[in-house]
Design a protein around this ligand. Structure first.
Ligand code: OXT
Ligand code: ADP
Ligand code: MG
Length: 564
């Protein structure tokens, strides 16, 4: 339609920004260029924050972690084709992890893309994104921007949270319409993540099973942490006296030091329990699919999940509780009031926990000429005890598995790691998001391989002067650093042994410290946290200290006939 002269105009850029602002989005993570550059400039000029990354994948990881931490979709903005594809990895990872995120990419002109006439950064982004997220939407008209943003938000947040792709053809950004008419198209969704109350008969079935259990166990997953009903979950645990064990990102949802925490008796409780109550945790590979020797004696599962078809995904679920965690947990609490606590079972677990912790603590204090994973992580743990509200970001193989075991978490949602995919590269993006969204310091403990995937984002950290201490567990390679080099070649598992990550930090405007002993490591960490300045600690780890694939060596495939 022709707009009469003199009418005040708006355009796609402004409608998009106003719609995001109206919906409470203040931070955008992204990387700019044609055709989205103006979004960044104008977003900042309007008093919002734009966190500008060096690679879209890391911006995407940041957005997804912002989504996980805040229960609002994290927003990532990228350019077309290659920028979009870089961001897509993070969108797929967000969807896999059930984190709400919206990836907004500019795209090239439809008529040229669809006829494959070779446009600038030509790609059918809408369809490429579709299988990797919950929904893939394109906005074709300025008057649809408001409804599209709301649809993206509702899709990302409702039911099982996840990623949404929003495709915006370049031309739409500058397409104009009447400002008055445009304003009328924007709105905020009512109740975008509605409660989902479990049915009374489903609750009764679960209550019955739990009351009759001899050795019940509560297993907390990152869906429980995401749900932000920490006090309800703690009350369920304490009122029933049932031991609990957290999946990695649920560590701290109830403190690892709580008397009912069975993490240090993990294999025992998985094997010996008779009724397992899964709260926001899937029976996927991380839980050996609910079967096999990990799970020992026959058992029955109660499963709390918002996604109905998660039930029976791997093994039969005796008591499915489909609903949101808060509603299900509170329904269980009501039904289980006055239940007899499994004191004897809890006592046996507590005994095992004490023994295991004792064994571990002697390993943590060993003095060796070079640091290994235990004495180094032991030193880190002792410092972090005094900083319960830092967010711990953790990636690597040995670095990941050992840090998860050694470092206690005290508060909910204070641990971000490689998640469901076990993906390397979440480090620096997650650190940025955690620092930005919580306003508190972050400690990232990364394997030297893992760090490399997002290393350049350390410049993003120094640029925004974020209080992030990165500890690089430098063993010189993937898993180990002592592999022999084959003839005429550098081993495919090793890195340059002269790499000095502390110097890398200094070069990018941060503080850098080399630590060769646990004492030096502890001192540097303490100083980094006190100063609040971006810091890299190059922690020199015995190249022979790690094991292949960390604690998941059982998943590693080796040749059955050996070298030929
Ligand atoms: O009960 P038992 O006896 O079993 O003991 C358990 C607990 O009871 C006990 N525990 C405790 N003891 C004492 N005190 C306390 N407080 C305590 N708490 C617990 O500890 C043990 C272990 O407990 P845990 O961990 O809970 O139990 P378990 O049985 O291990 O749990 C099973 C799992 C599966 C849940 C758990 O292991 C888990 O969460 N694992 C996640 C593993 C994972 O995701 N790994 C990452 C992927 S590995 C590989 O793929 C890598 N790549 C390839 C690659 C990837 N990933 N991504 C991309 C984009 N490209 C390539 C690469 C390149 S890793 C990697 C780099 C590696 O090199 P780095 O240099 O980065 O790192 P380094 O290895 O350090 O060199
Ligand atoms: P972990 O890796 O920690 O075991 P998973 O990512 O496998 O956790 O599982 C998280 C589960 O939590 C998913 O199945 C997801 O559907 C579920 N979930 C996420 N948010 C909620 C919620 N608010 N209420 C109920 N279930 C939820
Ligand atoms: Mg390494």
């Amino acid at each position: 339609a022709v707009i009469p002269e003199g009418v005040e105009l708006t355009d796609g850029f402004h409608l998009l920004m106003e719609s995001l602002e109206m919906n409470g989005i203040t931070n955008i993570y992204g990387l700019l260029g044609i055709p989205v550059t103006e979004i960044g400039r104008m977003w900042q000029a309007r008093g919002n924050k734009f966190f500008s990354f060096r690679n879209e994948q890391n911006a995407g990881y940041a957005a997804s972690v912002a989504g996980y931490l805040t229960k609002k979709p994290g927003v990532c903005v990228t350019v077309s084709a290659p920028g979009f594809l870089n961001g897509l990895t993070a969108l797929a990872n967000a969807t896999t992890n059930c984190f709400p995120m919206i990836l907004i990419s500019g795209s090239s002109e439809r008529e040229i893309v669809d006829l494959q006439q070779g446009d600038y950064e030509e790609m059918d982004q809408l369809n490429i994104a579709r299988p990797h997220c919950k929904a893939s939407f394109r906005i074709n008209r300025t008057e649809d921007i408001g409804v599209a943003v709301v649809r993206a938000i509702r899709t990302a947040l409702s039911g099982r949270p996840g990623g949404v792709y929003l495709d915006i053809p370049a031309r739409l950004f500058s397409t104009v319409m009447s400002a008055e008419e445009g304003a009328k198209t924007l709105f905020v969704p009512v109740d975008p993540a509605p409660e989902q109350i479990p049915g009374p008969s489903a609750v009764a079935r679960a209550v019955d099973l739990i009351k009759n259990a001899k050795k019940p166990l509560i297993l907390l997953g990152k869906g429980a942490a995401y749900a932000q009903c920490d006090a309800d979950i703690k009350a369920l645990v304490e009122e029933t006296g049932i031991p609990f064990t957290p999946m990695s990102m649920a560590k701290g949802l109830i403190s690892d030091t709580h008397a009912q925490c069975a993490a240090a008796a993990r294999s025992m409780v998985l094997q010996e329990s008779d009724v397992v109550i899964l709260i926001g945790a899937r029976l996927n590979w991380l839980l050996a699919h609910g079967k096999g020797k990990t799970w020992g004696v026959a058992k029955k599962f109660v499963q709390i999940d918002i996604q109905a078809n998660e039930m029976d995904s791997n093994v039969p679920i005796a008591a499915p509780l489909v609903g949101d965690v808060a509603s299900c947990v509170n329904a269980l609490r009501a039904g289980l009031k006055g239940m007899t606590k499994p004191t004897e079972w809890m006592g046996a677990i507590a005994e095992r926990v004490t023994t295991t912790k004792g064994k571990l603590s002697s390993k943590l204090s060993t003095a060796t000429p070079v640091m290994n994973y235990f004495n180094s992580l032991g030193a880190i743990r002792d410092v972090l005890k005094n900083y319960p509200d830092i967010t711990l970001v953790n990636e690597g193989a040995n670095t990941l598995d050992n840090a998860r075991m050694v470092i206690d978490q005290y508060l909910p949602r204070k641990r971000v790691d490689t998640g469901t995919w076990g993906v390397m590269g979440i480090g620096m993006g997650s650190a940025v998001a955690a620092a930005v969204e919580t306003g508190k310091p972050v400690v990232a403990i990364c394997g030297d391989s893992a760090f490399g995937f997002s290393a350049m984002e350390y410049e993003t950290i120094t640029r925004y002067n974020l209080p992030v201490v990165v500890i690089i567990m430098n063993n010189g390679g993937i898993y180990r650093g002592d592999e022999a080099n084959p003839d005429h070649q550098f081993s495919c598992m090793l890195f340059n042994p002269n790499t000095k990550y502390d110097q890398f930090s200094i070069a990018l405007g941060g503080e850098g410290v080399r630590a060769e002993t646990p004492e030096q490591l502890a001192k540097a960490l303490e100083a980094g946290l006190k100063s609040g300045k971006p810091t890299i600690i190059d922690a020199i780890i015995d190249p022979a200290a790690g094991v292949e694939s960390g604690r998941i060596g059982n998943l590693n495939i080796v040749s059955t006939i050996g070298k030929k």
